[in-house]
Design a protein around this ligand. Structure first.
Ligand SMILES: C[S@@+](CC[C@H](N)C(=O)[O-])C[C@H]1O[C@@H](n2cnc3c(N)ncnc32)[C@H](O)[C@@H]1O
Length: 252
């Protein structure tokens, strides 16, 4: 996707979306409901923190729907941040920050100390529950009173093993179908990035940082709601769910 005339950042965004959608066919629904709830609770010109932003998937959809919004994207992955910078470079509404959310001081790198909405998708399952609870405490301090936090991710309720097994089997069968139809999986997508002249170097660095990342699972939605209330939010509950995923909303 890099030619002699430059890099086609929109093509990288598109290819990232197709790869992610092959795992989550409902991904756009999750984003849509997330932005519906942003509008409902903090309006159409919010200051947003896109936590573990990757290529800026939330930021892009936010600014398309709410042109008066602003966004700070934070991530640790140098390759995905390169795509985000290529996409949003020159847009004064967007700040991109390279930081590790497990670093106790990551918030010092942010341009603001308060946000109307902190939003995250398909990312925090990379953190175990202890560092995740600590992160929720830090997020609670960043959200202004009346502001919101939303996390859309794969959250597992261990009390329903048969439902989980059936859902998982169906989801994997559909992923296999997507592969047969030509969708790149995670490893193949990174292989393409590693061969791109512009992304090769940051991709090598991201593998030094993360290694071969294996996806983890998150605790049940009720765990997130309980911890978020414990950390300072007034209300917290799911506002959308599919058989595999939940969008959890907390209001401060
Ligand atoms: C699957 S991607 C999702 C990106 C984006 N939210 C989306 O939905 O397209 C997960 C992201 O979480 C980021 N991430 C995981 N652990 C992180 C950490 N400790 N600090 C910062 N970012 C992290 C990864 O670098 C990656 O960009």
């Amino acid at each position: 996707m890099t030619t002699s005339t430059g890099t086609d950042w929109a093509a990288w965004q598109e290819s990232w979306d197709r790869q992610q959608e092959s795992y989550m066919p409902d991904r756009e629904d999750r984003f849509r409901i997330m932005l519906d709830m942003v509008e409902a609770l903090v309006g159409t010109a919010p200051r947003v923190l896109d936590l573990a932003c990757g290529t800026g998937s939330i930021t892009g959809r936010l600014l398309t729907r709410f042109p008066a919004a602003t966004s700070t994207g934070v991530d640790l992955d140098p390759a995905l941040l390169t795509i985000a910078r290529g996409t949003f470079g020159g847009d004064e509404r967007v700040h991109l920050v390279e930081a590790d959310l497990k670093d106790p001081d990551w918030r010092a790198k942010l341009p603001y100390d308060s946000y109307d909405a902190v939003l995250t998708a398909t990312a925090l399952h990379w953190l175990h529950s202890e560092p995740l609870a600590a992160l929720y405490g830090q997020v609670a301090e960043l959200v202004r009173d009346g502001g919101v936090f939303m996390n859309a991710d794969h959250m597992i309720d261990d009390s329903t093993p048969r439902i989980n097994a059936a859902e998982r089997a169906q989801r994997h069968a559909r992923m296999d179908q997507a592969r047969r139809a030509g969708a790149l999986d995670w490893a193949e997508w990174w292989q393409v990035a590693a061969e791109d002249p512009v992304l090769a170097e940051p991709t090598a660095r991201r593998f030094e940082i993360y290694g071969e990342h294996a996806d983890g699972d998150m605790p049940a939605p009720v765990w997130h709601a309980d911890v978020l209330r414990e950390k300072g939010f007034g209300e917290a509950r799911p506002v959308w769910c599919s058989p595999s995923d939940t969008l959890l909303l907390a209001v401060k």
